[in-house]
Design a protein around this ligand. Structure first.
Ligand code: GTP
Ligand code: MG
Length: 201
């Protein structure tokens, strides 16, 4: 897959202040520290395009990136970050929800789940909320370089078993590592397919 030409568009405090919808958008969301910004950098092959940090809660705004002048990546703040104040957390949640509910250019939401853990209650709630709002999403398992293959398989099976308690079918899934770039081609091909359908409309 060719290199992407990525330009930072801007950071926005709310969907209302984002530039008008123009290009198909793909949002990356998940618990704080799950690896959203790292995944965006990995896809873009840029070191610190989206800001990465060991401290959860690094991304606090809606960050838009233009790719090849044909589509946009959206880095969103993480949800469920326990140590920020209740008020601030509610503000982030409102920002994320409003963006996902109202942004008409949004094609698909990538929900990131840490492959090292069992399904967290907050992830389950979030995925169920997306379903109730009829927001299209796929799942991305992150940080798989930190585990052995058998452990990844086992964890993903357990997460999927739990998802199937609320869902009849599993959403499409990608197994990734921002460190080894595992999953890059698959995600970019998936986005390219949707862009093609979008262009044909
Ligand atoms: P917030 O913006 O705070 O919500 O976090 P985020 O989801 O954007 O996570 P971020 O990309 O900042 O990564 C958090 C930490 O996990 C950083 O220390 C990253 O280096 C590390 N990390 C992210 N992805 C991977 C991965 O695939 N493999 C490994 N080994 N570490 C990763
Ligand atoms: Mg981030």
């Amino acid at each position: 897959m060719q290199d992407l030409d990525v330009q930072f568009v801007g950071s926005y405090v709310s969907v209302g202040t984002c530039p008008p919808e123009k290009l198909p958008e793909y949002a990356f969301i998940g618990r704080s520290n799950v690896g959203k910004s790292s995944l965006i950098n990995m896809l873009c092959r840029r070191k610190n395009m989206a800001r990465v940090s060991n401290t959860p809660g690094k991304t606090q705004l809606i960050n838009l990136f233009d790719v090849n002048e044909t589509w946009q990546l959206v880095d969103l703040p993480g949800y469920g970050y326990a140590t920020v104040s209740k008020r601030k957390r509610a503000k982030f949640e409102h920002m994320i929800e409003k963006y996902l509910e109202t942004r008409s250019s949004l094609q698909c939401t990538f929900v990131l789940i840490d492959s090292r853990h069992t399904l967290q209650e907050i992830d389950k709630e979030f995925v169920n909320w997306l379903g109730a709002q009829r927001i299209a999403f796929v799942i991305v398992f992150t940080k798989t370089d930190k585990l052995k293959e058998a452990e990844i398989k086992q964890n993903i099976e357990s997460i999927n078993a739990e998802l199937l308690e609320s869902w009849e079918e599993l959403p499409q899934q990608f197994i990734t590592s921002s460190k080894t770039t595992l999953g890059r081609e698959d995600i970019l091909s998936f986005i390219a397919e949707i862009n093609k359908m979008h262009a044909a409309k």
